[in-house]
Write a new protein. Structure first.
Lengths: 334, 267
């Protein structure tokens, strides 16, 4: 089936729109989670949201909105536990995460709902997304993007250096809660696309990929959002192009595309970081004793193949565990 | 009528129920350059954290610009330079971005940076001598340069009163000089500076007043050269009191991907 034919189906159009919005929104908030070293928080919220979905299924309400409500409550609770910096905080979080997951599965069974129905939310079922759910996804994703990008100066400062932000007069607590709530909202946004168990990946993996290539926060945020769209659209359209006898679930495919992007960029990032490390200037003062290198037939110069590192007013050439600085007709050990 | 930037009367601070500062009486006047000295654990960082509102006082009164700290809202008048440990984070940030975040005290929500903001940021970078590194990632800089980034961040908000917490810790001699130059420039503009120091180094000639803390109390408040023996020795750098080790540690935040080998092995 060609791409053109595919796009004439309404369910494909809906899925594509959902993918684009989700791809934008998830990394927009994921960037702040990574910045706070809370990369796994999305996963925790996802677990808690399972209970929300089950509640919706059992009570015949919209699982999307019950999931939003429960995920927001869970995220606020997680943030409050984190804020207290309790040593046992991570245990409290673990209790909440697994309580949420187990509770959700149990509720679904008790309510007489099939496991297959819950599965749609656990691993995503983007091609079955209905009109109402699509609108909800679009609205929620737009809120996440607008707040995440619009308040980026404040959210950056709070995530970067809490003490400084506090002295600057920012209401740190409100911003922290805002990040938690936005994370919960984007979890539920991504729930229909990649599923609650893989949500965190779409929030975090594009950020990990972006930072292989960037040195600034804003660019990381922008590139991650772009990569999120690439992954979610790629994971959706790619499988549709393969012969129809094979079954490829879009949710996991999206995550695999995101991971593939990381695998492609990691060597570049690794190489640039290692290069920067080796060429970082030496800051120690020049040695007090004068120690000349032993016979040294090679002449160092720009482009001689050895790593040249700035050391105060001169250049040290690094090779075989030595740092050689030119001194008249010989080299000194620095 | 001139205001008093900092006034503490009978101040006490406890951390986790344990008294850290007791009976602090301190008045810092406009345009002063005050250094807080003392051994590790003497409470000098705690004093700065109390003055910036990060720690509550348990007794006494603390006024910033003649306003009780509980009701103080003019935070754009205060610049805070924390110890360097927080210069890096999980996501890369450029030098310019970190300095720009110092401008938040004067920015309204959802408004883009104006021309005045941009000029303040550029000036701040210029003052600390890092204008040419603006686009670089913070984690690519040396420890001393990162410290200067944090000073520029405080500077970008154009405050009148600066609190600096050990700006010299783990900074090499050359950068200490650059730092002292930046502080001299601030002082010359009429800013009030309060800086915690472990050793005076190149900052010594700039300061007129040393406040020495010991075990949570002020034991000396006056000219630097009249300070007790330990301080005079700190001036010349002859005393290596305990806690020496954590001064020597250079904290260089490192960004890495999950599969990277740690830097010390990658060399």
């Amino acid at each position: 089936m060609s791409l053109h034919e595919l796009l004439t189906y309404e369910f494909v159009q809906r899925a594509l729109i959902a993918a684009v919005f989700t791809g934008f929104a998830a990394p927009a908030i994921g960037t702040y989670l990574v910045q706070r070293r809370l990369a796994l928080m999305g996963d925790g919220i996802g677990h808690v949201a399972v209970t929300g979905v089950a509640l919706g299924l059992v009570t015949q309400l919209s699982p999307t909105w019950t999931a939003v409500a429960v995920a927001v409550l869970g995220a606020v609770a997680i943030e409050l536990v984190r804020e207290r910096g309790n040593v046992n905080g991570d245990l409290a979080l673990a209790l909440m995460f697994y309580g949420g997951l187990a509770g959700g599965v149990l509720l679904t069974g008790l309510g007489g709902q099939s496991a297959a129905r819950l599965q749609q939310y656990l691993f995503g079922a983007i091609t079955t997304i209905g009109r109402d759910d699509l609108i909800a996804t679009m609205v929620l994703a737009a809120i996440v993007v607008v707040v995440g990008v619009g308040l980026s100066p404040q959210l950056f400062a709070v995530s970067h250096d809490v003490d400084f932000a506090r002295v600057a007069g920012l209401r740190v607590r409100y911003y922290n809660l805002l990040v938690a709530v936005l994370a919960a909202v984007s979890v539920t946004v991504a729930m229909r696309t990649v599923g609650l168990l893989l949500v965190s990946a779409l929030m975090v993996v594009p950020v990990a990929t972006a930072q292989q290539l960037t040195t600034s926060f804003r660019r990381t945020l922008g590139v991650a959002m772009g990569l999120g769209v690439v992954a979610s659209v790629g994971g959706l359209v790619g499988p549709a192009m393969v012969p129809s006898s094979t079954v490829v679930a879009p949710g996991p495919a999206i995550i695999m595309v995101a991971l593939a992007c990381f695998v492609l960029t990691w060597p570049i990032g690794s190489w640039t970081r290692r290069r920067a490390r080796r060429r970082a200037p030496f800051t120690d003062s020049a040695p007090q004793v004068h120690e000349a290198a032993e016979s040294h037939p090679h002449r160092h110069a720009a482009g001689c193949g050895h790593v040249a590192v700035v050391h105060h007013d001169h250049v040290d050439y690094v090779h075989d565990g030595h740092r050689h600085a030119a001194h008249g007709d010989h080299y000194d050990e620095h | 009528m001139s205001v008093t930037p900092v006034r503490i009367q009978g101040g006490a601070v406890s951390i986790g129920g344990r008294p850290v500062l007791r009976g602090i009486d301190l008045e810092i006047r406009e345009g002063e350059f005050v250094v807080l000295l003392g051994a590790n654990g003497s409470g000098k960082s705690t004093l700065v954290r109390a003055c910036t509102g990060l720690l509550p006082t348990t007794h006494g009164s603390l006024h910033l610009f003649d306003t009780p700290i509980g009701r103080f809202r003019d935070w754009q008048r205060v610049g805070y330079v924390p110890q360097r440990a927080s210069a890096g984070s999980g996501v890369p940030a450029s030098v310019w971005e970190v300095v720009a975040s110092g401008r938040l005290t004067r920015r309204r929500l959802l408004r883009p940076l104006g021309r005045v903001d941009r000029r303040a940021i550029d000036d701040a970078l210029e003052t600390v001598g890092l204008a040419d590194r603006a686009r670089d990632g913070v984690s690519q800089l040396s420890g001393g340069q990162q410290q200067r980034v944090l000073i520029a961040r405080a500077l970008a908000g154009e405050p009148e009163l600066f609190f600096l917490d050990e700006p010299n810790a783990g900074v090499d001699v050359e950068n200490q000089q650059a730092l002292a130059d930046a502080l001299r420039a601030l002082h010359a503009r009429g800013s009030t500076l309060v800086t915690v120091l472990h050793e005076l180094g190149p900052i010594a000639p700039l300061t007129q007043r040393a406040v020495v803390l010991s075990q949570g109390r002020i034991v000396h408040d006056g000219p630097v050269d009249a300070a007790p023996g330990t301080v005079a020795a700190m001036l010349t750098g002859h005393v290596h009191h305990h806690g020496e080790t954590d001064v020597a540690v250079t904290f260089a935040p490192q960004l890495s991907a999950p599969l990277d080998t740690p830097p010390e092995e990658a060399r």
